[in-house]
Design a binder for this molecule. Structure first.
Ligand SMILES: NC(=O)c1ccc[n+]([C@@H]2O[C@H](COP(=O)([O-])OP(=O)(O)OC[C@H]3O[C@@H](n4cnc5c(N)ncnc54)[C@H](O)[C@@H]3O)[C@@H](O)[C@H]2O)c1
Length: 233
């Protein structure tokens, strides 16, 4: 079976009612990214950061996977599929994708601040809280304050090496709904082997000029239909 690697960003979840980062009306417009998504912001005001992610968890509980998540999951019938996502939601898993690598963490999980993960990327101390709230004063078994299991700006991206290995072994690379502006994830497509077709689904212009790249200019649900037609042709 051919290996399809799918790299997704906030755009794949937009039609599920989960805001994108940079589009008008995005959740992030109501907050300063430096306050809620950076490691400095965390140490400046933990309560604000915890509240922000508590709000996102409620939003995620009410969101549902859309037809694009479902189409990506359905690719597994005929292909060997790995999903690499910048998203912190769990909509790929809920749609049925079985191999999902989260580059920027997961909303439904927390971990101790300054724990093992921060030094090694090992997930031993990561706790799945589902859609529960996490408050100031909530402690991990090691006595440290719990923090969101999110890769903040200013932190390393421990799963990037695994992601590079996956992209290097892809026969087809599909990118859905990412502005390719947040590094190191934005540079991942460059690891695709020569001759590997690269498709990108996004309703807007993409700031990438690469002759291997086919831009499917559509929202994720429509774009996935077009992509499936291309695969079938
Ligand atoms: N769902 C989530 O988990 C979520 C949501 C917001 C932000 N984030 C975080 O913010 C960062 C933002 O980076 P990013 O590149 O993923 O997102 P981004 O917001 O920077 O870019 C989103 C891209 O999706 C496109 N888009 C908008 N609506 C779309 C649709 N219906 N179908 C297809 N594409 C659509 C936009 O044109 C844009 O290019 C990520 O690191 C991620 O961790 C995650």
């Amino acid at each position: 079976m051919k290996h399809i690697v799918v790299l997704t960003g906030a755009g794949v979840s937009a039609e599920s009612g989960f805001s994108t980062f940079r589009d008008a009306g995005g959740l992030w417009e109501q907050y300063d990214v430096n306050d809620v998504a950076s490691i400095e912001g965390w140490y400046r005001n933990r309560e604000l950061v915890l509240n922000f992610y508590n709000g996102l968890r409620i939003q995620l509980r009410n969101a549902k996977p859309n037809a694009a998540h479902e189409a990506i999951a359905a690719l597994e019938k005929n292909y060997n599929v790995d999903v690499i996502t910048q998203n912190v939601d769990n909509l790929h898993e809920r749609a049925g994708s079985t191999r999902v690598l989260h580059l920027h963490g997961e909303l439904t999980k927390v971990r101790p601040e300054n724990g093992v993960y921060d030094r090694t990327g090992r997930e031993d101390e990561v706790i799945d809280i589902g859609y529960d709230q996490c408050s100031l004063g909530d402690k991990a078994p090691n006595g440290q304050q719990l923090r969101p299991h999110i890769v903040f700006f200013g932190e390393a991206v421990p799963n990037i090496e695994k992601a590079i290995d996956l992209v290097e072994s892809a026969d087809i690379l599909l990118i859905v709904g990412t502005s390719l502006q947040v590094y190191p994830a934005a540079g991942l497509y460059r690891y695709a082997r020569a001759g590997v077709p690269v498709y990108i689904i996004d309703p807007k212009d993409v700031p990438v000029h690469d002759s291997r790249l086919t831009h499917i200019r559509a929202v994720a649900t429509k774009g996935m239909q077009e992509f499936m037609d291309i695969l079938a042709s």
